[in-house]
Design a protein around this ligand. Structure first.
Ligand SMILES: [Zn+2]
Length: 77
């Protein structure tokens, strides 16, 4: 893990399918199970309930580049 990483979502999970489910069960705040498709043009999706981010394994590097790009922007804006 890169501890110098910029603002990251509360939790991320690398997955190998383009259809993921989340019920928030790993935290204290569970929620109804929802299924979400990962858009092929983006490569990841955030759970609308708990903000957990699911990243397809093929897009991990792209996601890291995206987060690095975000970090370059002024976070104080
Ligand atoms: Zn969730």
């Amino acid at each position: 893990m890169d501890l110098t990483a910029p603002i990251a979502p509360p939790e991320t999970e690398v997955v190998s399918t383009y259809r993921v489910s989340c019920d928030g069960s790993e935290g204290a705040l569970g929620h109804p199970r929802v299924w979400m498709p990962i858009p092929h043009d983006i490569g990841w999706v955030d759970c609308s309930y708990c903000d957990k981010r699911f990243i397809h394994a093929d897009y991990v590097e792209k996601h890291e580049a995206f987060m690095a790009e975000l970090a370059k922007r002024d976070p104080k804006a």
